[in-house]
Design a protein around this ligand. Structure first.
Ligand code: FAD
Ligand code: DHB
Length: 398
């Protein structure tokens, strides 16, 4: 079989790209290693920036998001026992974020894809990409024990951090052209999802003596909480009771009082990493989303960056097919990387500000406290956090 764009991975970036290309009349097939249910079962991001909301609207799948999503105009920062609200809406001249889970984004995109009769090949085994250096790229995979080949003009590597595309580049003629920048943090986030009302109507980012905590939510009846834990911790060590007890110890008295606990419906530990691949284009292969970069989760930039990558990629491919111009695909990498590094900087900074780093000593602790104090008491400091949190404008710096 043949298609114009072969998309590897049916996570948010692959599905969004498929939808954007379809809207422009460009043919694409998505090849995904897992089943649709498996993809939906992964509990990940929860906060959408305006650019991501706009993208959902642009492709016509925004209705449920607007109906069920929660618009947030601010969040709290809790440190030294005190809560301080960052009024994002006021500080950014009216911008907000939307609390709407990645699971829901994925579900809406999967449903739209099904309705439009577009092809997603789930449970494809041994997916491999070939010949992207030349003009005739190919994707091979196995499905139900049979081998398949997909010929295409371009390959979009939307296959996440552990995908096959970036790995293949490293073993190809492009090996010397790829550069990876990486920082691994020595703690992780233990996350719990529960059908309990959120402790507060907005998110609370907590820097406590016992480590970072985050009180987030998915709806008015579903909460998502995270705790900073050592990387050596295993999720099995954490009973629900132990999780709630530890969370309470990291909260202020008022939040502790209001916290409603209940059985967890998901519990997992995610490591934290800053990671960027340069460049993001290798001949006729493009990397988008987590396949090309990872941010530590503090500040919720991961999914939103994936969305802007594919927005840029779809624009570039549309230029290629409609205007016969390679300018867009030539600029794809540079354009994405500018925005990626800005989000990497913010996510690294916000992670550094909110977590405990005993290895930085007492002076590290004092400097962190001084920075927190500055942020919440300076209009300029607070505005800098707010501006980044809601997402920098697409034309930032131009
Ligand atoms: P993915 O969602 O990873 O999708 C990639 C897809 O490719 C997957 O479906 C995978 O099965 C498929 N795939 C992989 N290999 C192959 C292959 N060889 N062949 C075919 N298909 C393949 N971001 C936030 O903003 N807030 C959060 O709280 C948050 N929490 C997170 C928690 C975890 C545990 C993780 C891993 C990420 C989290 N993120 C969070 C980041 C956010 O979820 C990602 O940035 C987002 O999922 C990126 O989307 P993507 O489509 O690029 O990658
Ligand atoms: C969520 C995750 C984040 O990393 C964040 O900064 C805010 C919310 C969440 O999963 O709800």
């Amino acid at each position: 079989t043949r298609t114009q764009v072969a998309i590897i991975g049916a996570g948010p970036s692959g599905l969004l790209l498929g939808a954007l290309l379809h809207k422009a009349g460009i043919d694409a097939v998505i090849v995904e290693r897992q089943s649709g249910d498996y993809v939906l079962g992964r509990i990940r991001a929860g906060v959408l920036e305006q650019v991501t909301m706009d993208l959902m609207d642009e492709i016509g799948v925004g209705a449920r998001m607007h109906k069920e999503g929660l618009v947030h105009g601010g969040f709290d920062m809790l440190f030294q026992g005190q809560r301080h609200r960052i009024d994002m809406n006021r500080l950014t001249g009216g911008k907000n974020v939307m609390v709407y889970g990645q699971t829901e984004v994925t579900r809406d995109l999967m449903d739209a894809r099904k309705q439009a009769g577009l092809t997603t090949i789930y449970e494809a085994a041994n997916v491999a990409i070939h010949d992207f250096g030349a003009g005739k790229p190919r994707v091979t995979f196995e499905k139900d024990g049979k081998s398949h080949e997909l010929q295409c003009d371009f390959i979009a590597g939307c296959d996440g951090f552990h995908g096959v595309c970036r790995d293949t580049v490293k073993k190809s003629a492009f090996a010397s052209a790829i550069r990876e920048y990486e920082k691994v943090y020595n703690f992780g986030w233990l996350g719990v999802l529960s059908d309990t009302p959120p402790v507060h109507h907005e998110l609370i980012y907590v820097n406590s003596e016992r480590g970072f905590a985050l009180c987030s939510q998915r709806s008015n009846t579903r909460s998502r909480y995270y705790l900073q834990v050592p990387l050596t911790d295993k999720v099995e060590q954490w009973s629900d009771q132990a999780f709630w007890d530890e969370l309470k110890l990291r909260l202020d008295p008022e939040a502790r009082e209001h916290l409603v606990t209940g059985p967890s419906i998901e519990k997992s530990i995610a490591p934290l990493r800053s990671f960027v691949t340069e460049p993001l284009r290798f001949g006729r292969l493009f990397l988008s989303g987590d396949a090309g970069h990872i941010v530590p989760p503090t500040g919720a930039k991961g999914l939103n960056l994936a969305a802007t990558d594919v927005k840029y990629l779809s624009a570039a491919l549309i230029e290629f097919y409609q205007d016969k111009s390679e300018a867009g695909i030539d600029h794809y990498s540079e354009r994405c990387l500018k925005r990626i590094w800005r989000a990497e900087r913010f996510s690294w900074w916000f992670t550094t500000l909110m977590h405990r780093f005993p290895e930085n000593g007492e002076i590290g602790q004092k400097l962190q406290e001084a920075e927190l104090d500055y942020i919440v008491h300076s209009e300029t400091g607070a505005r800098s956090v707010a501006e980044n949190y809601v997402g920098l404008p697409l034309d930032f710096g131009t």
